[in-house]
Design a protein around this ligand. Structure first.
Ligand code: PLP
Length: 404
């Protein structure tokens, strides 16, 4: 009951805050894990495909040929970024669709070989709820555990594989705690065992290197809005030879596997965005890590704070997840929001109840610690000044919460 009341108060405050939102006021955006601003260069490149180059890529005119060429070039850029072939790239509406297609498509097509899927307890709901749905259809799911740092143990996967296993789906990097899985080794194991390996790389793509060949990946999901591209466009990489059902039936687009007129501006945008990220990756990653270290170091000076998740070398460069013991994350987020700082909680406030994050629970945090944890995610536009402002604001807020 108390939780319902707290949640309702939070919503009231946040609504009031947003009504009063003055967009000229300082905004420190530390929620890049939720979404990123589109880069200006990406925006510039996609703009003509809304106004002047709007031809349907499936039409035969030379005008439409320009859209077809733009899609061809985008495929080329993406193929280069993850080291695959152009015709192994399929455009989707985002990460959720890519995950749904990879998992449902592969297991339904390979049902004659078995009915067993292996995944982890810390996947995004796009994977977990797809698995839940497949369970209702008679598939068996094994959720391999992760350690206290959010990393899966290869031996658990090896032991979970049976002759009925047809798919292993394990995320590249976690969205809440940033833990990076041993993808190359998991891929190698799956390849040796003849099991299809899918990875949800929605948080990883554009931020850490991905090579589907070297990492033995059969299917990989990406989403442009997590790496400075537009919303509503994603990719599913499907290795040539992988048996998978079509996802959307209709016209011949995407080699008949995902029908519907192509989202040309989105496709151009995701191609440009991944190219830019890969070009700037090592420099940006170093810059982001430095800012994250500064933020972490100062926050962890505050009594009662703890780092959630892995050490920095096994974590996405921009991710920081902190437990503020004894303080409700919702209250802290609301107070930060009123000061123009945007971060997010690992718990979802839905239907009047605060549910502890399944990721934080899976790494062994108590429900109380889960509800006191916040994710800060740093990105391209985060400055040192933003970090300094966040540190001083957080210290002020926490001391005022603790003295009242
Ligand atoms: N997978 C992960 C790991 C994510 O973090 C997200 C989004 O936050 C998704 C999938 C869903 O992606 P989209 O928002 O493009 O549907």
């Amino acid at each position: 009951m108390a939780q319902i009341v707290i949640c309702a108060i939070c919503i009231m405050f946040l609504r009031k805050g947003s009504e009063q939102m003055n967009y000229d006021k300082k905004l420190v955006y530390l929620d890049y894990g939720a979404s990123t601003p589109m880069s200006k260069e990406v925006f510039k490149e996609i703009e003509p495909y809304f106004y002047t180059l709007y031809g349907n890529p499936s039409s035969v005119s030379s005008f439409s040929e320009q859209s077809k060429m733009a899609i061809f070039n985008a495929r080329e850029r993406i193929a280069k970024a993850i080291n695959c072939k152009r015709n192994e790239i399929y455009f989707t509406s985002g990460g959720t669709e890519s995950d749904n297609w990879a998992i449902k498509g592969a297991v339904l097509k390979n049902r004659d070989k078995g009915n067993h899927i292996i995944t982890t307890a810390i996947e995004h709901p796009a994977v977990l709820n797809t698995c839940k749905y497949l369970e209702e259809l008679g598939f068996k799911i094994t959720y391999v555990p992760v350690d206290k740092y959010g990393i899966v143990n290869l031996e658990y996967i090896r032991n979970a594989i049976t002759e009925n296993t047809i798919l292993v789906s394990i995320m590249f990097a976690n969205n809440e705690i940033g833990s990076i899985q041993p993808i190359r080794e998991i891929g190698k194991l799956c390849r040796e065992q003849g099991v299809i390996f899918h990875t949800d790389a929605v948080q990883a793509a554009g931020h850490i290197p991905i090579d589907v060949e070297e990492m033995n990946i059969d299917m990989l999901s990406m989403s442009a809005h997590k790496f400075y591209g537009p919303k509503g466009i994603g990719i599913l990489y499907i290795r040539r030879g992988i048996k998978i059902d079509a996802f959307i039936h209709g016209g011949h687009q995407e080699r008949g596997r995902r029908a519907g007129t192509e989202n040309t501006p989105g496709i151009v945008g995701i191609g440009k965005a991944i190219e830019l990220c890969n070009l700037n990756m090592s420099k940006e990653s170093e810059r982001t890590k430095k800012l994250r270290s500064k933020l972490a170091e100062h926050i962890l000076e505050i009594p009662g704070t703890e780092l959630n998740g892995p050490d920095y070398d096994k974590r996405l460069p921009g991710n920081l997840n902190i437990c503020f013991n004894g303080i409700e994350a919702e209250i802290l987020l609301m107070s930060l929001d009123l000061k123009g700082i945007c971060a997010s909680a690992g718990s979802a406030c839905s239907a009047g109840s605060i549910r502890p994050s399944h990721v934080l629970s899976a790494i062994g945090l108590s429900p109380e610690k889960c509800k006191s944890s916040i994710r800060f995610s740093i990105g391209e536009e985060t400055s040192e000044e933003d970090i300094d402002y966040t540190i001083s604001t957080l210290k002020e807020i926490i001391s005022s919460i603790r003295t009242t």
